[in-house]
Design a protein around this ligand. Structure first.
Ligand code: GLN
Length: 537
């Protein structure tokens, strides 16, 4: 039977609960245990797919096509867990399911209530993940901050679940902030005490408290937290700020976190170490031998989390090439206003990520033109590929004002357009081409060189496609379609062999990159960037 670790957060949001949960997952895996992780989000959207990246950050897409919270990206990057739709539940999803059952008559005669019907639905969803994924440990992260009205049903559900399962089968970890007050020159434990107090009011006593802090947590503070929050001293784990998120597992191990979890849950496991991760990831992140400037030109640039997996995958490409990336985040609308030279003349690579809507499109096209003409390595992802196609159509094929029908319905040259079946779709939720699809790679192409395989599977999240009507003309003009979805003959990858490195892909490779196993396209892109700066080795 699986064991459960419930992770809650206190005091403030953005504490890094997701990184903490992922790091613990990583540590337990190095102990030989099979883990999975899940996220409970208290918002009413059924999934993250309908939310703007400004509101919620990136929408992370799983292999089975679920549009999920970005924390699932951390879970997959740190561990080997295979996540899917079931690993992310929301208030909306839970209510949707309960209300559907009510309409069907499943609760006939009963008054349907938050307790027990909503809480039972939450508990069943959590148990379902443990059962289906056949793991030793399920780490369940509750989104939001303790004290929020919205998260109460989730907290009640995990309280009940822990009671049902018994001592050896479930523990609670509470992640809090221990702020440093500069004027007093002291760190303060009071917010943690209050937050744990709030948890205890609803019947949950944490077994472990992880204290996020920018200054060292001295013995007296640890003792104070232990005393006031009713936990053992060794269960107060300091989590100091670190430079790279990939340093967190080792830091938590040094503070004894996984040993304590193994003991509390009475887990049978081997005693392994993190040496490989430390050597292949952390060492390179700390002191790479090279440094290369690249630009990411997008629309949601000011939001830290909007392109989360893109930035992570880029850093993995850096790790694979022993390089630190100096990423210049450029708003494509600024390029429209001030011209491209100002932003791109000093970079050695350009990445244009995915996106939706018309705003900033012309800036992206100008940036891609610059990279193509100046022979700067270019990587376009989803909308990045579509804009590369538009640029090529206009400036190489001579199709004046060519466009995607997403931005100009009446364009004379709809080089990117909707498939017939997408035209019929009315609703917005989960209605795109989503999740993993097969792609066949052309021999002797850059794509094949990167993957070293004939067939791959990559994740999608888009509606528009390359318009096959133009394939021949593009091919004649020098674009190679090196990846195809065979079933419907759709373009998945386009590249320019005459250019040092110019690839656009319709899918999202960033979702499958890992720090210790960089995605082949990111690895090769950064290799080309390093080559552009340092020349041949
Ligand atoms: N807006 C484009 C489409 O729907 C691209 C989507 C994306 O970049 N994820 O096809």
């Amino acid at each position: 039977m699986a064991k459960y670790i419930f992770v809650t957060g206190g005091v403030v949001s953005s504490l890094g609960k997701g990184i903490t949960a992922s790091s613990l997952g990583k540590l337990l895996e190095t102990n030989g245990l099979k883990v999975t992780l899940m996220k409970c989000d208290p918002y009413i959207n059924v999934d993250a797919g309908t939310m703007n990246p400004y509101q919620h950050g990136e929408v992370y897409v799983t292999e089975d096509g679920a549009e999920t919270d970005l924390d699932l990206g951390h879970y997959e990057r740190f561990t080997h867990a295979k996540l899917g739709s079931a690993n992310n539940i929301t208030t909306g999803k839970i209510y949707y399911s309960v209300i559907t059952k009510e309409r069907k008559g499943d609760y006939l005669g009963k008054c349907v209530q938050i307790i027990p019907h909503i809480t039972d639905e939450i508990k069943n969803s959590i148990k379902h993940v443990a059962h289906e994924q056949n793991v030793d440990v399920v780490i369940v992260e509750i989104g939001g901050t303790v004290g929020d009205i919205e998260s109460l049903p989730f907290l009640e559900a995990i309280r009940q679940l822990k009671l049902e399962l018994g001592r050896d089968y479930a523990i609670n970890i509470h992640v809090t902030l221990v702020p440093y007050i500069k004027a007093a020159g002291e760190i303060k434990t009071k917010p943690t005490q209050h937050s744990v107090g709030t948890l205890r009011e609803i019947g949950i006593s944490p077994d472990i408290i992880i204290c996020r802090t920018e200054k060292e947590l001295h013995k007296e503070s640890r003792e104070k937290i232990a005393l006031f929050c009713n936990v053992d001293k060794e269960a107060v784990i300091p989590a100091l700020d670190v430079k790279s998120i990939y340093e967190v597992p080792q830091m938590l191990r040094e503070e004894g976190l996984d040993r304590l979890v193994v003991r509390l849950l009475n887990l049978k496991c081997d005693d392994e170490d993190l040496t490989e991760w430390q050597n292949s990831v952390v060492k390179v992140v700390r002191s790479p031998s090279k440094e290369v400037p690249i630009a990411v030109v997008g629309k949601y640039i000011i939001h830290q989390d909007a392109y989360k997996s893109i930035y992570e995958a880029l850093s993995h490409g850096g790790i694979a090439n022993d390089a630190r990336l100096l990423i210049k985040r450029v708003d494509s609308e600024d390029i429209e206003e001030h011209g491209v030279e100002k932003y791109l003349s000093d970079v050695k690579g350009l990445l244009v990520p995915g996106g939706f809507g018309h705003r900033g499109i012309e800036g992206k096209i100008a940036a891609i033109r610059y990279a193509r003409e100046q022979k700067i390595p270019f990587f376009g992802i989803c909308l990045g590929m579509q804009t590369a196609v538009i640029e090529f159509a206009r400036n190489v094929c001579g199709y004046e004002k060519a466009n995607s029908t997403e931005f100009d319905k009446n364009t004379k040259y709809p080089v990117i357009s909707l498939l017939e079946e997408q035209k019929k779709i009315k609703g917005m939720g989960a209605s795109m081409r989503l999740g993993a699809y097969e792609c066949v790679l052309g021999k002797i192409t850059r794509a094949h060189q990167a993957y070293r395989k004939d067939k791959i599977q990559e994740r999608h999240r888009h509606r528009y496609e390359f318009n096959n009507k133009y394939r021949e003309a593009f091919t004649k003009a020098g674009m190679v379609f090196s990846g195809i979805y065979p079933k419907d003959d759709l373009v998945e990858i386009a590249e320019l062999p005459q250019h040092p490195w110019f690839i656009g892909c319709q899918f999202h490779p960033e979702f499958k990159s890992k720090p210790d196993n960089a995605h082949p396209l990111f690895r090769e892109f950064i290799k080309a960037v390093v080559l552009a700066k340092y020349g041949k080795e």
